[in-house]
Design a protein. Structure first.
Length: 389
């Protein structure tokens, strides 16, 4: 059953999240709890960030839960009948983070933007051409549905951090000519599938004010206080899982980072890029990095947090004995030291600040927290897209 769930998730990702809903217009209106009665201006602010419209979760072993955000369902239905104004297009592309530009950027890094295709657009491509001739163009998405999921997924991953060129220190007004174009699905030849408008459905300009500052800490400010430190600590967990190697499967220890954004909203705007030192009698045995992100849609299925925005990170701890839970005296000698870092925080586009605290926590505490979070059924299969890990 777990293998079947894995295949379902892989198929979803390989199709780029583009699947047809077996719901008629009338049925959608019954399921949207009143969204069908809202105006377009009322609906747009309710849309979730791109790539978070569908929540795939493994609630218990062998059980796959797949839910789409109702506003996304309604938006897909509306676009078959309604046309957005220029201002509505600009608003929705920014609000859903389909185009994301940081207002501040460090001078020592090439300027980059993030792009994503919201699910309700279906198979589509978004292009952004800067009027500043020193900068490169950017795009995301496909115009022809591919039978291979690998290369489109790699291109889509790369679109989330597109380096456009260098900007001099100071303030810049960047103007982009943006186009949204629908493509042709591999299902288009099926007479039972509803037709969608192909071609360019919007063209317009988008303007961004960007200040190029001296350091990354001025672009994504470091923060730490007792309340935030406690929230980060509560986001960590540890446990055991089966890991497949060239020598065959073996049990290995792991530590993960699963911030509960629904309960602690500040974690949704705080970059969590951590160094994790495994200590035995206060001596470092190994060091790892963990970044809580949503870059890998498959990895995020491991998160047990609720809400449309979920972030997740995990790493193995090879030197922690797999049977440590059964030896209380030995377990007490192990701990983890956690430090917040600026590593890759620019690519965590949901965040406008980064956690910069530090603490040491007993492994026993993290083992207990993990059990309390996931329950007896565990998280289900730990999965990630190989080239994103």
């Amino acid at each position: 059953m777990r293998f079947a769930c894995f295949i379902v998730a892989i198929m979803y990702l390989c199709l780029g999240g583009v699947v047809e809903d077996d719901v008629s217009d009338g049925e959608a209106g019954e399921q949207d709890t009143g969204l069908g009665q809202k105006s377009m201006d009322e609906l747009l602010p309710l849309l979730p960030p791109a790539d978070t419209e569908v929540s795939i979760r493994f609630r218990e072993p062998g059980s796959l839960e797949d839910r789409e955000h109702p506003a996304s369902v309604e938006m897909e239905r509306r676009l078959k009948k309604e046309t957005l104004s220029d201002e509505q297009w600009r608003f929705v592309l920014l609000h859903t983070r389909s185009i994301c530009v940081r207002p501040k950027w460090p001078a020592d890094e090439p300027f980059a933007i993030s792009m994503a295709v919201p699910r309700w657009l279906g198979l589509a491509q978004i292009r952004a051409e800067p009027r500043d001739g020193t900068l490169s163009s950017a795009k995301v998405g496909e115009l022809i549905q591919s039978f291979s999921g690998t290369f489109p997924a790699m291109r889509y991953r790369d679109a989330k951090y597109q380096m456009l060129g260098r900007l001099e220190p100071g303030r810049h007004t960047l103007v982009f000519d943006v186009a949204v174009e629908r493509g042709r699905s591999i299902w288009a030849l099926d007479p039972d599938m509803p037709e969608e408008e192909e071609g360019v459905i919007w063209e317009g300009t988008m303007t961004f004010e960007v200040e190029v500052v001296e350091t990354v800490d001025l672009a994504v400010p470091p923060v730490s206080d007792p309340e935030l430190d406690a929230a980060v600590r509560a986001s960590l967990g540890a446990g055991l899982r089966e890991w497949h190697t060239n020598e065959g499967p073996r049990m290995t220890a792991f530590v993960n980072l699963d911030p509960d954004i629904a309960r602690i909203p500040v974690l949704g705007r705080t970059a969590l890029s951590l160094t994790v030192d495994l200590l035995h009698d206060d001596v470092v045995q190994e060091s790892r990095r963990i970044i809580a992100s949503r870059w890998d849609t498959l990895s995020v299925t491991s998160s047990v947090s609720d809400g449309p925005l979920r972030l997740y990170g995990s790493t193995n701890l090879g030197t922690l004995p797999a049977g440590i839970e059964d030896d209380e005296s030995e377990l007490a000698r192990w701990s983890i030291r956690v430090q917040g870092t600026p590593y890759r925080v620019l690519a965590l586009w949901d965040a406008d600040q980064r956690w910069a605290g530090e603490f040491t926590v007993p492994i026993s505490e993290l083992l207990r927290q993990e059990k309390e979070r996931v329950g007896p059924g565990g998280r289900g299969p730990e999965m990630s897209t190989p080239f994103m890990r």
